[in-house]
Design a protein around this ligand. Structure first.
Ligand SMILES: C[S@@+](CC[C@H](N)C(=O)[O-])C[C@H]1O[C@@H](n2cnc3c(N)ncnc32)[C@H](O)[C@@H]1O
Ligand SMILES: [Zn+2]
Length: 370
């Protein structure tokens, strides 16, 4: 780790600042520790990566998951990166799932419009390919994950940095107890990470805390199930293998994402199926009609399609019946269409959420107001 990281991190136990214990070589600490200036807890630095977590019952499921990711990759024969080097070009690798990941990442980059002045956190960074792209755009970047492993975790970041000629910070830590200073990052980027938490509201409150006022969370490549689908059944169908490895998995729907973001204090929420981003209004309208997630005016619908339209109406009514709806009125027709697609069909989503420029005391301390 470079010593500049000390300005960005804090003790995950008491939130005080940390100081280096060990040798500093050219501004780097490779082996040693960071010691809390408040509670005195000592956090190891190994292979240049500080391990900023408290090894307690909250960390235990994360440690299980971290080992699960290693075993999963080994059992699939995709663990050893020696001579493979595909991760040097990620996410632009011409095979699934990377074709789809690249589509999500390009949308995220477009939304972020980085100019190099930003501080960016790559949350759940794994091998840190996204962090590398932020560093290539001159951003001050931190990659954080629960996996330190040098093949499929943060440790692989050293090879990526060397190959790309950039530097960024690596931190082992927990998204549900971020060891990072408040009001620090312009962007928190998370790809396929939110659905690996067992407590989405807690993760989002952590993200909110470390964002600067006016900063934004950009989550990409997250699953969003239809509201009528049972999340336990979706997990059994899509994630049984990962769960067997001890990997935490969840399958939120649009209501789950929205209420957790709103509850954490985020504003200007935009959640949409990734394919919708590059569609014109007319194309999005046509896609929504094709999936019968919106009602077309009957007067303009050819007679032979009426049974289809009526069946769609009945399904939409059945999907939402009796469900408390946390969504405020849609701000535009596009938003209404995106919502309809996600509520009734689900899909892979991108999500953009802002921390307000002026954080209201009412949101932060509801019990202290009025
Ligand atoms: C599906 S992988 C995605 C990795 C990477 N973002 C990508 O798109 O290739 C999910 C990542 O989230 C990490 N993760 C899971 N739970 C976490 C937590 N509580 N804190 C930080 N990272 C976590 C996992 O270790 C894993 O690297
Ligand atoms: Zn402390």
């Amino acid at each position: 780790m470079r010593t500049e990281l000390l300005e960005l991190v804090m003790c995950p136990h008491c939130h005080a600042s940390l100081a280096v214990q060990g040798e500093i070589e050219d501004g780097h600490v490779w082996q040693g520790a960071l010691v809390c200036q408040g509670c005195g807890v000592r956090y190891g630095v190994d292979n240049g990566i500080p391990h900023l977590y408290v090894d307690d019952e909250r960390w235990a499921p994360k440690a299980r998951e971290a080992q699960g990711w290693i075993d999963f990759h080994k059992d699939k024969g995709i663990y050893d990166q020696t001579g493979v080097d595909i991760d040097f070009i990620l996410p632009y690798y011409d095979q699934e799932p990377w074709i789809s990941v690249a589509q999500h990442f390009d949308v995220a980059l477009d939304l972020m419009a980085l100019d190099g002045s930003e501080k960016v956190l790559d949350l759940g960074a794994a091998r840190t390919w996204a962090a590398k792209h932020f560093a290539l755009r001159d951003c001050n970047t931190v990659a954080l994950d629960i996996v330190a492993d040098d093949q499929i975790g943060l440790g692989r970041g050293w090879a990526l940095m060397q190959e790309a000629g950039v530097e960024y910070h690596l931190v082992v830590g927990d998204s549900e107890n971020l060891p990072l200073q408040p009001d620090t990052f312009d962007f928190v980027f998370a790809a396929a990470v939110l659905h690996h938490t067992s407590d989405l509201p807690l993760l989002l409150r952590n993200v909110y805390r470390v964002l600067k006022p006016g900063g934004a969370l950009i989550a990409a490549n997250e699953p969003c199930i239809p509201v009528a689908t049972d999340s336990e059944q979706a997990l059994e169908r899509d994630a049984a293998e990962e769960l067997a490895y001890g990997i935490n998995e969840s399958r939120p729907n649009l209501f789950d994402y929205w209420s957790a973001l709103d509850g954490a204090g985020f504003v200007d929420l935009d959640i949409f199926p990734v394919q919708a981003y590059r569609l014109s209004d007319v194309q999005l309208e046509a896609w929504s009609l094709e999936m019968s997630v919106v009602a077309s005016p009957l007067g303009r619908t050819p007679v032979q399609r009426w049974p289809h339209v009526i069946a769609g109406c009945l399904r939409r009514w059945r999907d939402l019946w009796g469900k408390p709806n946390p969504l405020p009125p849609a701000r535009s027709r596009r938003e209404a269409l995106n919502r309809a697609i996600l509520l009734h069909r689900g899909g892979g989503i991108c999500l953009l959420a802002h921390k307000p420029i002026e954080t209201t005391p009412a949101k932060l301390h509801p019990d202290k107001v009025g």
